[in-house]
Design a binder for this molecule. Structure first.
Ligand code: GLY
Length: 229
């Protein structure tokens, strides 16, 4: 029947039709912040896109929003986390996608079950304006934690080499420990390398020269400290 409707072209290259399950329910959005490994769910919201009351008129980006969404109860939220959020973050890792930031899950509540309609890599507007005021945690510390890889999960126990080769700088151990006679990582901020110099640039150059001697799996540091000054 479908083939007839499409003039007998169904199935030929360039004339394919994708049929998706029809989802009948109420839309909502759930927002999360991730460092690519762990995540924090920020909350749920529902926006109202039509310009007129009673959902009449043209579509807009959103005329208003509410948070939390009343039907997103504990059970629904658990399903969202188990069936959508966690598998999404695991999927990013599996596909080798190094994503840090907001994830916007556009969902449909179909009889109490969440179905994904879309993903966005941002917050929503006007959803942001109802989700952010409800956060009990300072969003900046969450973003900072995401960027630095802590207090989310980070790998520990990675051997740190090169510290004895450091000359002319002070190596402060923060997230390290001794294990079987080896210095290994044991925290998010692992080491600080401090140096003196006649100028700031000289001190920075000294620190960076020594940082280059230190290695461990997953090591990450900024190369632009002080360069804006
Ligand atoms: N309010 C919908 C969006 O931000 O995509």
């Amino acid at each position: 029947e479908l083939e007839l409707m499409l003039g007998g072209k169904f199935g030929k290259a360039g004339n394919q039709v994708v049929i998706e399950e029809y989802l009948k329910g109420i839309e909502l959005s759930v927002f999360a912040l991730t460092d690519g490994r762990s995540y924090k769910i920020l909350g749920s919201a529902k926006d109202y896109k039509r310009i007129g009351e009673g959902d009449m008129g043209l579509n807009t980006g959103g005329m208003g929003a509410v948070s939390p969404v009343p039907f997103a109860n504990e059970e629904f939220n658990r399903k969202v986390e188990e069936r959508v959020v966690r598998p999404t973050i695991e999927g990013l890792q599996k596909d080798g996608i190094d994503y840090k930031g907001f994830v916007f899950f556009g969902l449909m509540n179909v009889g109490g079950d969440p179905y994904v309609i879309e993903y966005n890599v941002r917050m929503g507007d006007p959803e942001t304006e109802v989700v952010m005021p409800r956060l009990k945690t300072d969003i900046l510390s969450l973003i900072e934690a995401m960027a630095k890889g802590y207090p989310g999960d980070y790998e520990k126990g990675k051997e740190i080499t090169g510290v004895p080769d450091v000359k002319g700088s002070i190596v402060f151990h923060a997230g390290t420990k001794l294990a079987d006679g080896k210095v290994v990582t044991n925290g998010g901020r692992v080491i600080a390398v401090s140096s003196f110099g006649k100028t700031m640039r000289e001190a920075l150059a000294q620190s960076y020269e020594n940082v280059a001697k230190i290695h461990f799996d997953g090591m990450n540091f900024r190369r632009d400290i002080g360069f804006d000054l």
